[in-house]
Design a protein. Structure first.
Length: 177
């Protein structure tokens, strides 16, 4: 059983790294594109005497309560913190890992903690099968976040050929006025 669990954990660690890297890349493209998209929407609305849907007041989203990280993953965070805490030295890479781990803990991003643990070569074999299920669910949540960005108008506009961008802006404006 330990052999199976070890293989499964190795696969999950690799998947956590992949999905978190993909999220970073997708968010970088999105963040670079959003201001240009907003300018194009504003310009389109002005040119066509349409109400700009981006001028709508944003609805207050109720802040979700702080997710509680399971104790098994608090222990993982502590292991990461021991290796990467800024008081341990001046290594910029480790300090960055520490900051990423702290953010992942606050956001209850288990897959991000596992990815950092992989990078630091922290042994996860003490994990139980229920912990593995928690990791799998965290990966699924991150994949949902990636899909949400990729299904956005901003993403479609950024990835579209220049001659298709006006159509995307038209659809955005008409669906949100």
């Amino acid at each position: 059983m330990d052999d199976y669990k070890g293989k499964l954990l190795r696969k999950l660690k690799a998947r956590c790294s992949e999905v978190n890297q993909e999220l970073i890349e997708v968010n970088a493209i999105y963040d670079q594109s959003v201001s240009s998209f907003c300018l194009e929407v504003s310009s389109y609305c002005e040119k066509n005497n349409l109400k700009n849907p981006l001028d709508k007041p944003k609805e207050d989203k109720k802040e979700e309560g702080c997710k509680i990280i399971p104790p098994e993953f608090k222990s993982l965070y502590r292991q990461i913190a021991i290796q990467t805490h800024p008081d341990k030295g001046e290594d910029d890479v480790k300090i960055e890992k520490y900051q990423q781990a702290t953010e992942a803990k606050k956001e209850s991003k288990i897959d991000k903690l596992v990815s950092i643990a992989k990078d630091l070569k922290i042994n996860l074999n003490q994990m139980k099968f229920s912990d593995i299920k928690t990791i799998e669910n965290s990966i699924i949540d991150t994949e949902k976040m990636i899909r949400q960005v990729r299904n956005s108008y901003v993403w479609a506009w950024a990835m579209a050929a220049n001659n298709k961008r006006d159509d995307i802006i038209f659809k955005f404006v008409m669906n949100n006025v």
